[in-house]
Write a new protein. Structure first.
Length: 229
């Protein structure tokens, strides 16, 4: 599907995250009265007002302590492979089997509330492909992205999360020879992004395993996350 579709989905998702996190707590009293008549009659015979306190909806949030997550992971497949020149654009240059590594991922996220965190995510990967009647083209790519996370606890040890990340690629292209460079030149994407839906499984109070599916830099993603309070 068109990448612009996923970018729009990312921005709308971030808007929804911020809207969901802007919670309004309303407290009040429920009252009722007994008496004979109304108006002055109620004042004359007296009125008893019963009030019921609403549960403190902020109690759970106030008990939450901010935490910093440091996460390391590996994604598959490396979707930067789609940026390599396509043989359909070049006569007599047919692309062979693409090889890739990564992306390797790293992230630091500050979870400032029970439902939301913000941080920085980086990725590194390499893809390359040989071309008939030509040489080899390689793309080494670093990315740095602002990382938004939204959490929805499922149990004491499992948490569903949504990821929305956007930033920039830092690409390096390599050609096996000058002739290949002249005939298979391409310009890698400057924009980096990732959307994903995953689950965190707490192994200990400070260590968690995560698994995720999404689109952008990878489709499947997994790794370990460490908590620092």
């Amino acid at each position: 599907m068109n990448k612009k579709y996923y970018l729009l989905m990312l921005f709308f998702s971030v808007v929804l995250i911020n809207a969901a996190d802007a919670q309004v707590y309303i407290g009040g009293k429920i009252g009722g009265g007994f008496g004979y008549g109304s108006g002055m009659g109620r004042m004359r015979y007296g009125t008893r007002i019963y009030s019921k306190r609403q549960p403190n909806k902020k109690s759970n949030e106030s008990s939450f302590k901010p935490v910093v997550y440091v996460s390391l992971g590996y994604g598959f497949p490396n979707l930067d492979a789609s940026q390599l020149p396509n043989n359909s654009y070049f006569n007599n240059y047919n692309k062979g089997i693409t090889t890739s590594s990564g992306p390797i991922t790293g992230a630091i996220d500050y979870r400032f509330s029970r439902n939301t965190s913000i941080g920085v995510m980086t990725t590194y990967g390499n893809v390359s492909a040989p071309y008939s009647n030509g040489g080899t083209v390689s793309l080494e790519n670093w990315s740095v992205m602002l990382n938004f996370m939204q959490y929805a606890p499922m149990s004491n040890t499992a948490t569903l999360y949504f990821r929305g990340a956007i930033g920039a690629n830092i690409p390096t292209t390599t050609y096996s020879d000058q002739n290949t460079a002249n005939n298979l030149y391409f310009s890698p994407d400057a924009l980096a992004y990732q959307v994903g839906l995953g689950v965190r499984f707490d192994l200990t109070s400070t260590t968690a395993l995560f698994a995720e599916a999404g689109y952008g830099k990878y489709i499947l993603h997994g790794g370990l996350s460490f908590a620092f309070r």
